[in-house]
Design a protein around this ligand. Structure first.
Ligand code: UDP
Length: 252
């Protein structure tokens, strides 16, 4: 099975994995693994963040699973001849919750503002009545509270930990504390997903998601993200140039 094929988009690694494959990995690792593995999301914005942050680049390269979270990444993978599907981090989190409900895996949810964290846990319990969310903490725990937080996660015996603090904050936390977690086997970085669960930030309507326009919806909803989204244009240009180069190399 089960380790997916890792490929490259521009200078960033990403896995050829779909939703089913990712869920299989989660299951397998919870049953057989002996340490916490990470699932991180790759999208065009991340490519630029990784270029500017050596630590983040290293940490991403060590992740167990790098999901193709952005449609721009999926298109680039397809142009390079891979069978790629988008695995949105927010969708994967929901699917992991559904799987955990069925199989009885314990979940800990760490990150976001107190009311968002609490609200997201309530919503997840409504959606998945048998889900075992065995602990939660907001994303504003101070450094001196970290020992207690780690103890709380260990005492909860959670196998799955979602960390929702945005990037690179969530990865920095994982790099520092994952080794101290005794029962966690899967740790997914989920960025702002808890905000979308409670509805303070909305995801695009399904039709827009299907038309691959979620990025555009996010731009309309949070115009302050425009400077982040400008990078998309740069990305399209870079991918185009990269494609041209490989076509020219192929024609010699
Ligand atoms: N956040 C947090 N602790 C902090 C700073 C931010 O838990 O010290 C949370 C914030 O409340 C929000 C999320 O991190 O829920 C940031 O989401 P963003 O959309 O920026 O993340 P992305 O998905 O873009 O990585």
């Amino acid at each position: 099975m089960i380790t997916p094929k890792r490929t490259q988009v521009l200078d960033t690694q990403v896995d050829c994995i779909n939703m089913t494959g990712a869920l299989k990995y989660v299951d397998h690792h919870i049953l057989t693994g002996n340490k916490a593995d990470t699932i991180l999301a790759v999208n065009p914005e991340k490519i630029y963040a990784l270029r500017q942050n050596r630590f983040l680049k290293d940490f991403f390269s060590k992740a167990a699973i790098l999901i193709p979270d952005g449609i721009g990444i999926v298109f680039a993978m397809r142009m390079n001849g891979h069978k790629a599907e988008r695995v949105a981090g927010a969708d994967l989190m929901q699917q992991i919750c559904a799987q955990a409900e069925k199989k009885g895996y314990r979940i800990f949810i760490y990150g976001a503002k107190e009311e968002v964290n609490r609200g997201a846990v309530e919503r997840l319990r409504e959606r998945h009545p048998a889900i075992q969310i065995v602990g939660r903490a907001n994303g504003y725990v101070k450094e001196e509270g970290m020992g207690a937080l780690v103890a709380q996660i260990n005492e909860s015996k959670a196998e799955i930990l979602f960390v929702a603090m945005g990037s690179p904050r969530q990865e920095e936390w994982m790099a520092k504390y994952l080794d101290q977690l005794e029962t966690v086997r899967i740790c997914q970085g989920i960025g702002g997903t808890l905000d979308t669960i409670v509805g303070t930030v909305k995801r695009a309507p399904l039709l827009m998601q299907r038309l691959n326009l979620e990025w555009f919806y996010r731009l309309l909803q949070q115009p302050t993200r425009a400077s982040r989204q400008i990078k998309l244009l740069r990305y399209v240009r870079e991918i185009g140039i990269d494609r041209l180069r490989s076509l020219m190399a192929g024609s010699h």
